[in-house]
Design a protein around this ligand. Structure first.
Ligand code: BGC
Length: 751
């Protein structure tokens, strides 16, 4: 959607858009006035976020005394209004509460998990989904969501990869920005806007071995080049809040990391929003071994710059004593409270604290369901197709629908959906029955759920396959197998799914495997068995209709891998933008090809696995379509530039097939020789374009110093002279590079 259309869409969504943006200077003076009238306890109260539990007497007491600044997880609009009334009408200063919730990929109308949305490579899809989520959630009073998560995730074992936009910092940044724009809209004070929260700051996705909450070791150059990059963009996009992460980086937990929260975020980047802790993360500095007790943890968090304490009870328990003893200055407390109050003004809560009951519970608008369906259509990836897809409607009369994910209303929604009404999920089985007629769809799940090891259903599944012209095998992972604290060391399809597929394959009918999962799984053996493979990260409410449209050919595939798919779990962490090593893989000899009693050096001594070889099974950026695209040679506007210069690179992309389709053209660069070794490729931009059969379009990208630089020493960046390659390619493993040189300014003048 272009900017103009999006603005029109925004105003259409803004049912009660009565607000006007309050100028910053006015907010500042109101906050100062209020701060001047607050007692120390009232200030500490504003820094306190609790999980709600209804309109209960003790909660009411706390709110009236000004001891609560924000509540999370309260979703009944009547209760929200009751509690808000206590804050606004019955507390001394009448400061409103902010109601918050994890609205991660939809509130009621569920969109694909963020990793799925990333597979769309389409910021418009992401922005639209976030706008709908904000409209639905704000209709019950939620004005702050803990999203987007822009943790770079290079390890599929980590369960929270589902909530991320994948392994690439540029893709994550662009989609994270779109999500912030969608939640916050043009005017944060509009009653249907939600404050976004960039999380988890920072480095959480680098958890060692992909095990949640684990320690991270991240050199500063890598931290800044990769892990911080999307966060910096989210500051520029105006994300109203940030959340610090659970993990420690190089020994310092984020909740006590003043360098990260204060020096980099506020000092270098100029962030002026609010920082919330993660759930209990201040208290968790005790088991981390960074704080002796909750009092010390509170002091470390306050001094690091954590404005709001989510459920550690550290500030309410200890801040008064810390101020009285002089360990924390009241001026420091004021600066945190200022950030909280500023957010409340920015959200327009002082003018408009209540949910408008006349328009509350705005869920499942037909246009929202339609957007959710389009989001799945753009997110599903066609990984393999030997010609079985699209289903040939003249030949395919009977369809066998098999597998534990064919009719999984709960599980297709994916992780981190607190507000699911599962009866609203339209499954592939239902959608296919509607499309092809119930009588033509033979359903035999074979397994009850994805972890099921009981083969008693196999016989029926095989019988169904025999009667059908094509087998659609819906495999995958249940929602609970990914997400927070749900990590897996083994990335293969769980349960007896692989065995079931083998039996179906033996029947001899064409088999299409459709995987719905929360992460990229190691599906090499199953992909080799299937005639076609579709990958759909948990797609939410409208998974079924979208998949039916794609499988039947009514819609075309345009999803692309936002992550590298491993051949085997043991390859993780696996990511395309790796370093080359001194012995890059070549002449790969796999385990079964090695002669017995072969000499130690007989396999060539290069960097690969004897069993998995090297690289991804399906590379980053990869995905097929029902049409084909051809890329022309890249053309450069210059072959030499100064370190502060720019150049343009263009390339013609042609739809060489016979139906319309969308292609994602990806701009990669490589700096061949540098004082710090650079990755073999780095994504710098992309464009998703739709082309009619035979149509060509010339795409032009501009490469600026920001695309070529890397961090050398803290915030310092350099663009070093030397040779670079640039690709405009369909994925990270293909394409023809063009070369250019960055030269010292004097050498350029001499040319
Ligand atoms: C998660 C956050 C989430 C918070 C509030 C934590 O466990 O790490 O991502 O926003 O809970 O629900």
């Amino acid at each position: 959607m272009n900017k103009r259309l999006f603005s029109a869409f925004l105003s259409a969504c803004c049912l009660a858009s009565v607000s006007a943006v309050m100028p910053d200077a006015e907010i500042d003076s109101r906050v100062s006035d209020l701060l001047g009238r607050m007692t120390l306890d009232e200030k500490i109260g504003q820094l306190n976020q609790l999980s709600g539990y209804g309109y209960a007497p003790d909660m009411v007491g706390r709110i009236r005394s000004g001891a609560v600044g924000s509540l999370l997880n309260e979703t009944d609009p009547e209760v929200v209004n009751q509690l808000q009334r206590e804050a606004v009408e019955n507390s001394r200063l009448g400061i409103p509460l902010i109601f918050a919730r994890d609205v991660i990929h939809g509130f009621k109308t569920i969109f694909p998990i963020p990793l799925g949305q990333a597979a769309s490579w389409n910021p418009d899809i992401v922005r639209e989904g976030a706008r709908i989520a904000a409209d639905e959630a704000s209709s019950v009073g939620i004005r702050w969501t803990f999203s987007p998560m822009v943790d770079i995730s290079r390890d599929a074992r980590w369960g929270r990869i589902a909530e991320s936009f994948g392994e690439d910092p540029v893709l994550s940044a662009k989609l994270g920005v779109a999500m912030v724009e969608g939640y916050q809209g043009d005017d944060l004070a509009s009653p249907n806007a939600m404050a976004a929260c960039a999380k988890h700051f920072a480095g959480y996705g680098a958890s060692e071995s992909g095990k949640d909450y684990n320690t991270t070791w991240i050199p500063e150059t890598l931290l800044r080049d990769v892990y911080l990059r999307p966060f910096k963009e989210l500051v520029k996009a105006g994300s109203a809040t940030f959340m610090c992460s659970f993990n420690d980086i190089n020994g310092v937990p984020s909740s006590g990391n003043r360098v990260l929260l204060e020096d980099i975020l506020r000092g270098e980047w100029g962030y002026d929003g609010m920082m919330v802790s993660d759930w209990g993360s201040i208290e968790q500095m005790i088991p981390h071994g960074y704080s002796a007790d909750l009092r010390q943890a509170a002091s470390q968090a306050v001094n690091a710059g954590v404005d709001m304490d989510m459920e550690s009870h550290a500030y309410t328990g200890h801040l008064r004593h810390l101020v009285e003893s002089g360990e924390v200055s009241e001026a420091r407390v004021d600066s945190l409270v200022r950030n909280v109050l500023t957010l409340k003004y920015r959200l327009g809560l002082f003018e408009n604290p209540y949910v408008d009951m006349a328009s509350s519970r705005r869920f499942y608008a037909p246009s929202s369901l339609d957007a959710a369906r389009r989001a799945v259509e753009e997110s599903a990836i066609l990984l393999k197709n030997t010609g079985t897809l699209p289903l040939n409607n003249s030949k395919v009369k009977k369809i066998a629908v098999i597998g534990p994910m064919a009719d999984a209303q709960h599980d297709q929604a994916g992780t981190w959906v607190f507000d699911l009404e599962k009866e609203r999920s339209v499954t592939p089985l239902t959608a296919l029955q509607q499309m092809y007629g119930k009588e033509n769809v033979i359903y035999a799940p074979g397994l009850e759920h994805t972890r099921d090891l009981d083969t008693k259903g196999f016989a029926n599944a095989v019988k169904a396959a025999r009667k059908a012209d094509v087998v659609l095998f819906f495999a995958g992972e249940e929602a609970v197998l990914s997400g927070e604290a749900h990590c897996r060391a083994d990335l293969s399809l769980p349960g007896a799914q692989s065995r079931l597929l083998a039996e179906l394959k033996n029947v001899g009918k064409p088999v299409v495997m459709i995987v719905q999962a929360g992460r990229q799984l190691a599906i090499m053996p199953e992909s080799e068995m299937a005639d076609a493979v579709v990958y759909c990260f948990h797609g939410g409410t409208m998974t079924g209709p979208a998949l039916a449209n794609l499988l039947s050919g009514e819609a075309n595939f345009s999803g692309r891998c936002p992550v590298s798919f491993p051949r085997m779990s043991g390859q993780e962490p696996l990511y395309y933008n790796h370093k080359n090593t001194g012995r890059p893989a070549s002449g790969i000899t796999l385990i079964n090809d090695i002669e017995t009693e072969a000499g130690q050096t007989s396999t060539g001594c290069t960097s690969y696995f004897l069993d998995a070889g090297d690289g991804a099974f399906y590379p980053f950026g990869y995905g097929l379509s029902y049409t084909t695209f051809e890329y022309g040679e890249p053309v450069l506007s210059a072959t030499s530039i100064a370190p502060d210069g720019s150049l343009k690179v263009s390339c013609t992309v042609t739809n060489t097939g016979n139906r319309e389709g969308a292609e994602v053209a990806q701009l990669y660069i490589r700096d061949h020789v540098a004082s710090l070794v650079r990755p073999v490729r780095e994504l710098r931009d992309f464009a998703k374009i739709t082309l009619k059969p035979g149509e060509s379009r010339t795409l032009e990208f501009t490469i600026t110093p920001a695309d070529l630089e890397f961090h050398v020493n803290g915030a310092q960046t350099v663009v070093e002279p030397g040779e670079f390659s640039v690709w405009i390619a369909p994925n990270a493993a293909e394409g023809t590079p063009a070369k250019f040189t960055v030269v010292k300014p004097n050498d350029l003048a001499a040319k």
